[in-house]
Design a binder for this molecule. Structure first.
Ligand SMILES: *Cc1c(COP(=O)(O)O)cnc(C)c1O
Length: 400
């Protein structure tokens, strides 16, 4: 295993100054149980063998790498390649960790998966895992989000999940998190909480990274096979940071490979108009762990905004805050306009409709290609854009 990955996080779940677990007392025994179970299972051949079987025969892994020939020619300069996580079953990288969390629940003897969801993507992926493992599934979702993301509510219901509407406060993600945790505390003897990114209290940032690492491991081998070399630059969009950590994990010990995380700059750099936590955030805590956070004047998590709802989070995975502080990863941004342009370009020039989240990574590659003649850039195409087509076409039209 990689030297870096072995060394991080420490026993308490810290990546340098970031991470840890600040839990309300009722949750402490349950997280201790999850830590102990994962300590054991992460060394169990039976666990990883079953996960490998699921990835191959249910998810459709390995996903390929595609060379984006037409876009590379148009961008002029670097060659652009995409790791095709959009070709996962259900259309995004989220199934990589949701299936692994479901399998963890199975090995722990649990019969139910509980989570919150914002735009619904995590809820759909976890409901898929629950159906596969024959478990119950309870997804908490703000009423405002339910109305906005109706197709995902339908998907979750078809997959057999119970969708719990949350009507408190602003009726969005934050209230859904509180509601889901409350419900989990009452059912933790038979349920597992499924966190949707490399965020939350220890051990989730570590576990979800371990589950997403398959993206980077596959990509490194595939890229070498395709080109005979390692990529010069590797980039991924960062919301909570799971697809980025997964891809970065494959290259983190390769000093010659430059790593880039791309945050959403939304409509402007004014607080409230973006969700660029690592670019503008400060050291703080959110949802039970220490990281960079976007705060308002009262020290509360600030409102965030981006065209890509999956990147809409005022915090970020603690490992990204750490990798920024060491300088191993460079964090930059792309705004709504650049992401939309990349969305149209990839659709029209390559025949791939990307998720608006993934379009941020592509926008970075298209922007940088000109300055890197003869180099190669590998991006993570974290998901497909079917979920975004109606919104984009109705709001912005069909591009030039
Ligand atoms: C949820 C989502 C993201 C953002 O989550 P990360 O944890 O930052 O990877 C990115 N892309 C797609 C397609 C998503 O569904």
């Amino acid at each position: 295993m990689s030297d870096y990955l072995k060394s991080m996080p420490d026993r308490e779940g810290f990546f340098g100054n970031y991470g840890g677990a600040m839990l309300p007392p009722p949750l402490e025994p349950h997280f201790a149980e999850i830590r102990a179970a994962y300590d054991k299972l992460s060394k169990s051949a039976e666990y990883w063998n079953e996960l490998r079987y699921i990835r191959k025969h249910f998810q459709g892994r390995p996903t390929p790498i595609s060379y984006l020939k037409n876009l590379s020619e148009r961008a002029g300069g670097a060659q652009i390649y995409a790791k095709r996580e959009d070709l996962n079953h259900m259309g995004a990288h989220k199934l990589n960790h949701c299936m692994a969390e479901g399998l963890l629940a199975k090995f722990m003897g649990k019969t139910k998966l509980i989570a919150e969801t914002g735009a619904g993507q995590h809820g759909v992926a976890l409901a898929t895992a629950a159906a596969y493992f024959g478990m119950d599934c309870e997804i908490h979702m703000g009423e405002v989000d339910m109305a906005k993301e109706a197709p995902n509510v339908t998907r979750m219901k078809l997959l057999g999940a119970q969708v719990v509407p949350v009507g408190e406060g602003a009726k969005t993600l934050k209230e859904a998190v509180d509601s889901a945790f409350g419900s989990y505390i009452a059912q933790a003897d038979h349920a597992l909480f499924g966190i949707g990114s490399v965020v939350g209290p220890h051990p989730f940032p570590m576990m979800v990274r371990d589950f997403q690492k398959v993206v980077g491991m596959e990509a490194r081998e595939q890229f070498m096979e395709m080109t005979g070399e390692l990529p010069d630059m590797v980039a991924a969009c960062v919301g909570g940071g799971s697809n980025a950590m997964g891809l970065f994990a494959g290259f983190i010990d390769d000093e010659g490979v430059a790593l880039y995380g791309v945050e959403p700059m939304g409509t402007s750099s004014k607080l409230g108009d973006h969700a660029a936590t690592l670019t503008y955030g400060v050291d703080g805590a959110i949802h039970g762990f220490a990281t960079k956070v976007l705060l308002d004047d009262n020290g509360e998590p600030a409102p965030v905004n981006t065209v890509a709802s999956g990147l809409d989070y005022p915090g970020v995975g603690p490992e990204h805050a750490h990798l920024q502080s060491t300088g191993r990863v460079t964090y930059t941004s792309a705004d709504d306009k650049e992401a939309l342009n990349a969305f149209y370009e990839l659709s029209r020039r390559e025949g791939i409709i990307p998720a608006l989240e993934s379009a941020h990574a592509l926008a970075f590659a298209m922007r940088e290609a000109k300055n890197h003649q003869g180099k190669s850039i590998l991006i993570n195409l974290s998901g497909r854009g079917d979920k975004d087509i109606d919104y984009v076409a109705e709001t912005y039209g069909f591009g030039e």
